[in-house]
Design a protein around this ligand. Structure first.
Ligand SMILES: [Zn+2]
Ligand SMILES: [Zn+2]
Length: 340
């Protein structure tokens, strides 16, 4: 069975290589040092990574994990023609940018206009782990086997941006001891339609000093046979603070962490002079989750607020905020101490 599926997908790739334009990989890599803030406590200098230091003025809604009919060999049904899926994201979901992450297949740009295509991507789907790889240089799927680290190393080596998909799902559950061994990862999904607890693993990476950002995704699958065919549509997304509604500018925001994850709440985020400030038009509970240099995780919650602030202190490794209100939940990226 597996061999038959593999043959189908390889044939598909060959056909694509002939008929589609280059993948147009984004080459510019973000220089993290542009986002450093310096704070002083008792004349000691602390350098922090501030993902919101260079935020652009636009707030663009993005959907970075979507399936189409090209996933049918793996999921068994397919989620629609790529043009139909892209138009649904644009017209019903009001998304500004998106890409497809089909199972072990790289679906080309359907070129529909008025929504930004973020480049060739895939969900590398293996037993026990699914890795989304973005910004691929070609449309050719190369199977690097089952090992999580071989797969991550491969995609990182070809200039792709890597993400661990749904680390809390029982079939792809990422153990903390495995997360501990990851040395390079751009993103991790912390919010999917049925799970808001994905920080379990990402916080481990942060505590190890990695700069890895949280993603919220629909993992869009669609099947008219379901009672609610839209149960994986427009349920979790990201808002990018970009300078322009254009692919490279949006990637700059995502790679530097200038975005947040949400399933409803709209928030404003700033970090200035050591104060992480969250504003919302809806009365909210804002929780600040912090982790100290001594390895202690703490949560401070502020209830019934429209405007919450948290002061950085000299024993912190990182802090991030979660916002809960009548619209749902939103997560900021973490501010964290830069380690040499
Ligand atoms: Zn998956
Ligand atoms: Zn998926």
């Amino acid at each position: 069975m597996f061999l038959i599926l593999l043959t189908i997908s390889l044939t598909g790739c060959k056909k694509n290589e002939i008929s589609i334009p280059p993948a147009n990989q984004v080459k510019s890599i973000v220089d993290y040092s542009n986002n450093y803030d310096t704070l002083y406590f008792q004349n000691i200098e602390y350098i922090l990574y501030n993902p919101y230091k260079k935020s652009g003025n636009l707030e663009l809604k993005g959907s970075m994990h979507n399936h189409t009919n090209n996933s049918a060999p793996v999921d068994g049904y397919g989620s629609g023609d790529p043009v139909w899926v892209a138009k649904k994201l644009r017209d019903e979901g009001n998304f500004d940018f998106y890409t497809f992450t089909d199972h072990n297949f790289i679906t080309p740009d359907p070129e529909i206009g008025d929504i930004i295509w973020m480049g060739a991507a895939i969900e590398d789907t293996k037993n026990g782990h699914h890795i989304c790889a973005y910004n691929l240089p070609t449309y050719k799927y190369i199977d690097k086997g089952e090992n999580l680290f071989d797969i991550l190393n491969y995609y990182n080596s070809i200039g792709a941006f890597t993400s661990v998909a749904h680390p809390n799902w029982k079939y792809t559950y990422l153990k903390a001891e495995t997360a501990n061994k990851i040395s390079k990862l751009h993103f991790m999904e912390v919010l999917v339609p049925n799970d808001t607890k994905g920080h379990r693993c990402l916080d481990v990476l942060r505590s190890n000093g990695l700069i890895t950002f949280s993603l919220g995704v629909d993992d869009f699958h669609y099947n008219e046979e379901w009672e609610n065919p839209n149960r994986y549509f427009n349920k979790s997304w990201i808002i990018a603070f970009a300078e322009e509604k254009e692919k490279t500018s949006i990637w700059k925001s995502l790679l530097s962490g200038s975005f947040y994850v949400t399933n409803g709440p709209a928030i404003k985020i700033s970090f200035n002079n050591g104060i992480l400030n969250i504003k919302s038009n809806t009365e909210s509970t804002v929780s600040y989750i912090s982790y100290t240099l001594d390895g202690i995780q703490d949560t401070i919650s502020i209830n019934y607020t429209f405007d919450a602030s948290y002061n950085w202190s000299n024993n912190l490794l990182w802090v991030r905020a979660e916002v809960i209100n009548s619209n749902g939940i939103a997560f900021t990226q973490a501010i964290h101490l830069v380690e040499d």
